[in-house]
Design a protein around this ligand. Structure first.
Ligand code: PEP
Ligand code: MN
Length: 627
């Protein structure tokens, strides 16, 4: 049982309480939460009449032995922040590096490889708990020094293992996250020590530990007032011998339900087989993990430990791309370094006051994309129409604008293509995708056959056309956004219903009646990030442009040949009436490449001679890479 007091209790109050509870055969445990409030935990329940009501904020009866770790203690989930990297919540975090720090050269080479691929945390063992005493034991403190320097140079937080309470003191001086290895998961003195040190901890699951053992090990750390614990599933011992361990991915959805702590997966130790690391990392993200940790080595065949399970650099790059796409399906964002880089280049306004204009209110799909892309610190500026987004960015009231541009079911949002033309000073600097799931929300107390009106955004109607046809005799009302659909339902009262997002349905306390009612589950919306600041880079791999051709046979063919002869891949081609010029058409083209390399510069020059009008709309990183 947990009792949270509404303030910090003093020592006298605690000892009086202790005496009283001990008389009831209870063993009270006190700790101070980060907020300073006192928390009391006991293994067994007791009547709260034993306590002074005036000082109690909340009591919780939790029917599992782990209590502070239990989801109900922090239902919203814990997000751990380490040097600008967020672990948990909507973030998909990738930690990578060699099994062991072997030399400065090896670690710096690996750090550069993983950083370029967009990794968030650098790993590397300095104290290695090897099964055999004759195997390489790690470089010790020298390894920690190298790791810390690499982290500094590449701007990455670092994680490394502590194998004893004494070593934990040393590790804490160099590492941003202290790892507790599988073999030490129940080293209770070590757990207490890292609880005391109050630094983020990565707690691996023990080789033969149940989920309950694992969560109780985490409970030790939390019970010392350190709530910054990341759980890591790394495979357990089973009868299976072909793989090094059996990666228990079932544990992920189980632990996500049981606990508020972020959970990541280590498929390297989980499988022990390099070729199996990528498929299991993908599966880990698909089943809800908050991240993965993998071993990468520039020359795995020469590695001093765990070479056979270490990825080659190219494999790691591919893995990052795969995870970026899968994260979209599970509503998470793998933030590679593209957006932050742009923010650093832009001096006015700085990264601390990023303002993002988007359509609708909080709860709209746009606001979800904005949050995931720009994080908690960005200020969100809700707009009531697309033009307002463009105006705000143009007048520099907003650093960025977020506009939906196409949906996989309903096609392009033409209005925004026209606005991109109308605002020639604004450029596309990024793209984002979101899986759109529409749900049926009902005003509480309304039955499905009692619906009188159904509110939805036109895109919502179009995506759920078949479902809506099945609701016969219902009046449908178009509204401006997903969020408005839910709000209007709340205002309408009994008989009101909406097609809306889960977030908006919850926001207005409606009943979530039916989930995923869209006609096709492959329902994705692509958003463009627009900005008045444009700094094309050779790292970009996607360019958007628009052109018109003269009216003679073969004119379009000639324009497209410019791409074909250079083997430049077109990702999209769409024609659209030219605003204000009847029966003239524009061609919107997205292609793979950038605006910096010579081959593309020549191509654009030639394109200008084959078209009657052309313009670059932007260049950015492709966020939906095929593997
Ligand atoms: C490691 O990550 O370096 C390691 C030794 O892992 P585990 O404790 O899971 O075996
Ligand atoms: Mn290893």
């Amino acid at each position: 049982m947990i009792v949270i007091f509404n303030r910090k209790l003093n020592d006298l109050e605690k000892s009086e309480l202790r005496e009283k509870l001990e008389k009831e055969n209870l063993n009270p445990y006190f700790l101070e939460e980060e907020t300073g409030k006192t928390v009391l935990i006991t293994e067994n329940k007791f009547p709260t009449s034993l306590l002074d009501e005036k000082v109690i904020e909340r009591t919780m009866e939790i029917d599992t032995p782990f209590q502070l770790v239990h989801r109900s203690f922090r239902p919203q989930g814990t997000v751990i922040k380490v040097k600008g990297v967020e672990i948990g919540g909507d973030n998909l975090t990738v930690m990578a590096g060699p099994c062991a720090v072997e030399s400065e050269e090896q670690l710096f080479e690996t750090a550069e490889i993983v950083k370029r691929a967009g990794v968030h945390v650098l790993r590397g063992g300095a104290f290695k708990p090897r099964t055999s005493p004759y195997s390489f034991q790690g470089l010790g403190e020298k390894g920690l020094e190298i790791l810390a320097r690499a982290g500094e140079k590449f701007g990455l937080p670092v994680v490394t293992e502590a194998t004893s309470p004494e070593i934990a003191d040393l590790v804490a001086q160099y590492a941003d996250i202290i790892q507790i290895g599988a073999r030490n998961m129940q080293n209770f003195e070590l757990l207490k020590k890292v609880g005391f040190l109050k630094k983020p901890v990565l707690l691996k699951r023990g080789l033969s530990s149940t989920i309950e053992d694992w969560l109780l090990a985490a409970e030790y750390i939390l019970s010392w007032g350190n709530f910054q614990v990341i759980l890591c599933e790394r495979g357990i011992r089973t009868i299976e011998k072909f793989t090094r361990n059996t990666l228990d991915l079932t544990a992920i959805p189980v632990v996500k339900d049981l606990s508020h702590l972020p959970v990541i997966v280590d498929p390297s130790h989980g499988t022990g087989l390099r070729e199996k690391v990528i498929p299991m990392a993908r599966a880990a993200v698909a089943c809800g993990a908050d991240g993965v940790m993998v071993e990468v080595h520039p020359h795995p065949e020469k590695a001093l430990s765990d070479g056979p399970q270490s990825l080659y650099p190219e494999q790691f790059k591919k893995l990052m791309n795969d995870l970026e796409v899968i994260s979209i399906l599970v509503g998470k964002e793998l933030k590679k370094s593209d957006i932050p880089e742009r923010l650093e280049v832009k001096s006015k306004p700085g990264p601390l006051n990023v303002r993002v204009a988007f359509l609708g209110e909080r709860g709209s799909f746009s606001s979800q994309v904005a949050r995931r892309t720009f994080g908690e610190r960005a200020e969100l500026l809700p707009c009531s129409n697309f033009r307002e987004i463009f105006e705000k960015v143009k007048q520099e009231e907003a650093t960025y604008g977020l506009i939906p541009i196409e949906n996989t079911i309903t096609g392009s949002i033409h209005n925004n293509y026209d606005l991109l033309l109308e605002f020639p000073d604004l450029y596309v600097v990024g793209e984002r995708f979101i899986r759109v799931s529409q749900h049926l929300g009902l005003y509480p107390g309304t039955k499905k056959d009692e619906i009188q009106v159904l509110f939805a955004h036109p895109q919502g109607f179009a995506q759920c056309a078949r479902f809506i046809e099945s609701l016969q005799g219902v009046r449908v009302i178009n509204v401006g956004s997903t969020e408005e659909a839910a709000r209007r339902t709340g205002e309408f009262g009994i008989g009101g219903a909406c097609v809306s997002s889960e977030e908006a349905i919850k926001k207005y306390h409606l009943e979530l009646k039916e989930e995923e009612i869209e006609d096709n589950p492959r329902n994705f919306t692509r958003f463009l990030i627009i900005s008045s600041y444009f700094s094309p880079s050779s790292q970009d791999d996607k360019v958007s442009c628009v052109f018109a051709v003269n009216n003679y046979p073969g004119a379009l063919y000639e324009a497209l040949q410019v791409f074909a002869v250079r083997k430049v891949n077109l990702l999209k081609l769409e024609s659209r009436p030219r605003p204000g010029k009847p029966w003239e058409y524009l061609f919107y083209v997205d292609w793979e490449g950038n605006l910096k390399e010579n081959i593309y510069e020549d191509m654009i020059k030639e394109l200008s001679t084959k078209t009657s009008f052309w313009r670059i709309l932007g260049s950015y990183k492709n966020s939906w890479k095929k593997s």
